[in-house]
Design a protein around this ligand. Structure first.
Ligand code: NDP
Length: 264
């Protein structure tokens, strides 16, 4: 299936590893020029170089903390300068939390609000003018199944990801007239390097069966009985970026191996 994405420009926050990197590589394999942003500029730069070499597209890395307004402004300005704007924005940067509501300080709530919600708002506000100029665009917000079905150890993650889902819907209503499609994706268990690292750490003193530990999590939670690979999830993102998904507007899609326990 030709997704007709060749020559487009995509900005992917958190594009240096895990899901964001898989999405960047998936888009690049369709001929999309990519801008990766992450705090660790060296890692992002290494991945951008590899993408450019492997897929023959333009790939740019920008070191930026997207929870900060100034850094987001820099990403927008640099994208404008080096690529003439963007057609696709993937708001993906994010991370899990671990706390009890009664103990967590305001600063922690603020950081996750800035990372999961304000980053998406600021990136969208910054790049939508160039999408309008270029005739339209696609924005995908990567939330989580936890936005709908909370995990008890990470209330701040659950709450801020739920806010991202609602932001996605409201933005969609506002910009669909500009031929900009905004959608949200709620993944379930996705086997990123970070999950493997955590599993290795947690099983180090009990025999090191990190794979068994992860298999057990998957069996207990997802009816499919396994994690998704980042590439498996990225395929859905790439499809959603293409005109083949032209009637997909303002929705939230679960890609979770059947984990969501209610119908929506
Ligand atoms: P990873 O931890 O593997 O990667 C996170 C990426 O985001 C990295 O590129 C990281 O780079 C970047 N990042 C983190 N904080 C910031 C910041 N403040 N500014 C800029 N970049 C940042 O995460 P995953 O691939 O697992 O997750 C990606 C998204 O998917 C997240 O939003 C997560 O909540 C969501 N998700 C993940 C699931 C999973 O099972 N893996 C399930 C459901 C949702 P750097 O550290 O250099 O900044």
């Amino acid at each position: 299936m030709d997704l007709e994405l060749k020559g487009k420009v995509a900005v992917i926050t958190g594009g240096s590893v895990g899901i964001g990197l898989a999405v960047a590589r998936g888009l690049a394999s369709e001929g999309v020029n990519v801008v990766l942003c992450a705090r660790d500029a060296a890692r992002a730069d290494g991945e951008a170089r590899d993408i450019a070499k492997t897929f023959g597209v333009k790939a740019l890395a920008i070191g930026a903390d997207v929870s900060k307004a100034d850094d987001v402004a820099r990403v927008v300005a640099e994208t404008e300068k080096q690529c003439g704007g963007a057609d696709i924005l993937i708001n993906n940067a994010g991370t899990g939390s671990n706390e009890k509501i009664m103990d967590a300080p305001d600063e922690k709530w603020q950081y996750y609000w800035d990372l999961h919600v304000m980053a998406a708002i600021r990136m969208s506000r910054g790049l939508i003018p160039s999408m309008r100029r270029r005739g339209g665009g696609v924005i995908l917000n990567n939330a989580s199944i936890c936005a709908k079905q909370p995990m008890d150890y990470e209330p701040i993650y659950n709450v801020t990801k739920a806010a991202l889902v609602m932001f996605s819907k409201c933005l969609s209503n506002e910009v669909v007239k500009d031929n900009i499609r905004v959608n949200c994706i709620n993944p379930g268990l996705v086997l990123t390097p970070d999950w493997k690292k955590t599993a290795r750490q947690l099983t180090a003193e009990s025999g090191g069966d990190w794979q068994g530990y992860l298999d057990d999590i998957a069996r207990r939670n997802a009816p499919i009985g396994r994690f998704a690979s980042p590439e498996e999830l990225a395929d859905f993102f790439v499809f959603m970026c293409s005109d083949r998904a032209s009637y997909c507007v303002g929705s939230t899609y679960f890609v979770d191996g059947g984990w969501l326990n209610v119908i929506v």
